[in-house]
Ligand binder design. Sequence first.
Ligand code: NAD
Length: 366
Amino acid sequence: ARVGVVRETNPDERRVALVPKIIPALLKQGVEVVVEAGAGLGALIPDEAYTEAGATLGDPWSAEVVVKVAPPNDAEIAKLSAGQTLIGFLAPRNADNKIGALKSAGVQAFAVEAIPRISRAQVMDALSSQANVAGYKAVLLAASESTRFFPMLTTAAGTVKPATVLVLGVGVAGLQALATAKRLGGRTTGYDVRPEVADQVRSVGAQWLDLGIDAAGEGGYARELTDDEKAAQQQALENAIKGFDVVVTTALVPGRPAPRLVTAAAVEGMKPGSVIVDLAGETGGNCELTEPGKTVVRHGVTIASPLNLPATMPEHASELYSKNIAALLELMLKDGALAPDFEDQVLADSCVTRERSEQSAQKVEA
Ligand code: NAD
C-alpha cells in the first residue's frame, strides 16, 4: 500500500503524522511512503530526513492511505476520493465533525479517538500518547505562571515551602501532571470520580483526595454526575481548593461538556497568585471562569486554558503519534496490502464511516 503523509494546514498544528524514524519499519512491511513537501517542518524535520529514511516527496492526497494529525477541513476532504482511507484525529464526538462528509465522499475513515482502551491497543492509543504531552506541559505552564517556587528551597536567604499542587481528573494527562509536578518538587494531590484511580495517584507519590463520589462509567471512563452529585462535588472542592497554590484540571466525560469542578466562588477562595491550568477548555473548561484558549486573571488567580498543548511539543508528540499510527497501519496490512479485518475490535470501533461503528458512536453520545 501507498501511505501519504500530509502537511497540516492549521498554523498552530505543528505535529506530523509520521516521523522519518518510523519509516524504515513501514517499508519493511511492504509499504511505500509519500510525503508532502514541508510536512515535517512544524516539528523541525526537513524534507531530506524523509527521503533519507526511504520515503519519497510527492502528493500524499492520492495515496491509498492518507495519514494526518488534525481533523481534515472541507478543502482537504475535497482532495480525497472514493476508496481512499484516512487515519487521524477526526473528533467523532464533536457536533461539527466531518464524518458525514467523508462518508459521502466514499472515504474509509479511522478515528484514533475511537480506538478502544484495551491492553492490546495501547501501542495505538493516540489519545494517551498525546495526553501525556498535555499533562506534562500543563504543569510547566503552571510553574511558569506561578509567583511561587514548586520545590522546597533552603537558602541563606531563607526557606521556601514547596508548592501544593492539586490535579482534578486523573486519567492519562492527570497522572502525567502529578508525576511532573512531583519531579519539580511540588507536594501533590490527585482527585477523580473513579475510585480505582486512588492507587495510581499514590503510585506517583501524590495524596488521594476522597470526596466519596463514585462515578465510574463504561470502558474505563467516568459517567456524568447527577445534579445532586455535581452540587456536592462543587461544594466539597470549593473547600479543598483553598489550600492549593496550583490546580491542574483535566476532567472529561466522553461526548459531554467538561464537568464544572471549580466554581467562581472556589477561585475567589484561593490565595492571590495561585494558578489554575484548565486542560478541558476544548469542551468548555472545568473551571467556571475559564476562557478557552486564553490566560486570564480573576480574583488574583491566573487561569490558563491552553488549547492543543501537544502541538506545542511537536517533536516528541509527533514521534509518539507516529508509533501509534504505524501500529494501527500494521494491524490493517496483510503482506503489504491494505486488508482491514473488521472482525478485529480495534478496527471495527475506530472505523467511523461504517454503519456499525456509527451506531456505537451514537450510543456513546446518547
Ligand atoms: P479522560 O480524558 O476521559 O478523563 C480524564 C479524567 O477525568 C478521567 O480519569 C475521569 O475519570 C475524570 N473525570 C471525569 N469526570 C470527572 C469529575 N466530575 N470529577 C473528577 N474527575 C472526573 O480519561 P483518559 O485519560 O482518556 O483515561 C480514561 C481511562 O482509560 C482511564 O481509566 C485510563 O487508565 C484508561 N486507559 C486505558 C488504556 C488501555 O488500557 N489501553 C489506555 C489509556 C487509558
